[in-house]
Structure formats: C-alpha cells, structure tokens
Design a protein. Structure first.
Length: 293
C-alpha cells in the first residue's frame, strides 16, 4: 500500500514512519529535515501548500492514502497569528480535499479535542462542537470541509498526546514534567485542565489497524485514565526516583492569549469497540516514556 505522509517530523508522522516504513510504501514530506533523520529518496521537501504543489505530489507518487499530520498546534499562536495558522490548519485541508475529491484516495486527517467547549464531558463523536479559541475553530472548519466533500476519509480526533519526544520535537505534557523533575526543578501544574491523556504508541497502533481494516468515518481517541496536569505530575513522580515538590494551581495562575476549555475528556467506546483495542494504562505509559528517554 502506497502512502503519502504529510509531516514526517511531527510526533505522529515520525512515530508512524519509524514503526511501519517496512509495512507500507511511505513517501513523506518535510519542511526542514533534522540532522538526526538520514535522508532518502522517499523524503520530499514540501516547498508550498498550494493546490499546484499538492497536485504534483499526488501525480508523482500516486498514493492510495494521504495521511495529513501538518498543523500549527500552539493554541496561543493561533490566537496571535490567525492568518498563518489558518494556512496550516484549514487552507491546507481545503486544498487537499480539492485535489483528491474526484480521485480514489483516502484522506486520513487529525482533528482535535479543542472543537469542544469542555462543559459537557465526556465527548463522543456525536457531541455538538463549540470551540472556545481560534485553534478549535480552525480544526472544526477543516472537519466540516472533509465531511462535506469526501466519502473515503478517516477523521481522527486524538486528545492530548503523551509519549517520547524526539530531540527535534517540542515537549508534550509528560516529557515536560519528566524534564523538570530530572533537573530537580519545582513544578506548578494546573488542576483544571482535564483529559484522558493518549499514549502516542497507542495512537500509532490504532492508525495502523484502521488502515489495515479499511475503516472510514470519525473517531474520538483517548486513553482510559482521566487526569489533570497536576495528577499526571503525581503519576510521573511515583515512577521516577526523584523527590521534587509539585504544587497545584488553577489555570488562572498562568497568562495565556487563548481561552482553554477545562474538561474535554472523551468517551472512547467507539474506537475500542471498532478495533477491540485496549489502551495502555497511564502508569505503564509513563514508565515506558521514562525508560526510553
């Protein structure tokens, strides 16, 4: 199966490529290739997000599936520079849809829990969206574009990810906490940002299974354990040989440009039933992350 992966260096993209580059014929795009990734003839520097460029990629590589992991994930950056973030989080998706809507190509796109307002958790695939910031609004617009124009698609909505961070990737909540504890630095973590954190390895395994079973549709994907950032910090502390003080606070203690939804935890029963999937418990995931750093 030939796959065009947009976003080689993203958390999801790089983990998927590393795990399954022998299983699939994967061609992957990048903006800047880190020195840690040896180049090969299946990597393509993406110079533009235009329809013309995307058309050429599709013509040259003739993929059966396009996996789009390109996005601006900084919620505050989307608030500060809406136009730039719109190019990555909405216009790219719109261009992709226009390129493939009359072709036999499946689009796999990653949405976000940020399309929900955090007032009525847990959220299922049928829950009404009501984003509270620009990031969520752009993600919702992309969802609607895909849903309204394509039949052969997977719209995956992973909740906040935790997993090993490569040196060329930004830290996620778990690796941020671990890095602070390893440096014996005190931590103040919020107790009102609540999700059922998703282990990156679980997400990549789910992606593989959905591809192999030729699944379509929408899936809210999360782990089983619902925690605040403060509670996540406690789990890390229980599994690392350090004595660091972690204090809790509300999100009002930090100044941010964008409004945050408080509890966007998911009801993950649809994906579990579809694939008979068992999620990694949070303490096991944390131990795996620590052992791989």
């Amino acid at each position: 199966m030939r796959i065009l992966l947009l976003g080689l260096t993203s958390n999801i993209g790089f983990k998927f490529y590393k795990r399954f580059s022998l299983e699939f014929e994967i061609y992957a795009t990048y903006r800047q290739l880190p020195k840690e990734i040896p180049n090969n003839n299946r990597f393509i520097k993406l110079e533009s997000l235009s329809i013309k460029t995307l058309n050429k990629l599709v013509f040259d590589f003739k993929p059966e599936i396009i996996i789009n992991t390109i996005a601006e994930g900084s919620i505050d950056k989307c608030e500060a520079d809406f136009d730039l973030c719109s190019q990555l989080n909405k216009e790219l998706v719109e261009n992709l849809v226009n390129v493939i809507k009359n072709k036999d190509i499946k689009l796999i796109h990653f949405s976000s829990n940020a399309i929900y307002d955090g007032k009525t958790p847990p959220y299922t695939e049928l829950s009404p969206p009501n984003p509270v910031n620009n990031y969520g609004k752009l993600k919702l617009k992309s969802d609607l574009i895909i849903r309204g124009n394509l039949k052969n698609y997977l719209l995956l909505r992973p909740i906040t990810l935790i997993g090993k961070s490569e040196c060329f990737q930004r830290l996620n909540p778990a690796t941020f906490i671990i890095s602070k504890i390893e440096k014996n630095q005190k931590l103040k973590l919020v107790n009102d940002d609540i999700v059922n954190f998703l282990y990156l390895d679980d997400l990549v395994n789910i992606l593989f299974k959905l591809i192999k079973t030729n699944a379509t549709g929408e899936f809210n994907i999360s782990g089983d354990d619902i925690l605040s950032r403060y509670e996540l910090g406690q789990v890390v502390l229980e599994n690392i040989s350090k004595t660091v003080k972690i204090s809790e606070c509300s999100s009002l203690s930090f100044q941010t440009l964008a409004k945050r939804a408080e509890n966007t935890s998911f009801d993950n029963s649809k994906i579990k039933k579809t694939l008979n999937f068992k999620f990694t418990p949070i303490d096991v995931a944390i131990r795996n992350i620590i052992s791989n750093i």
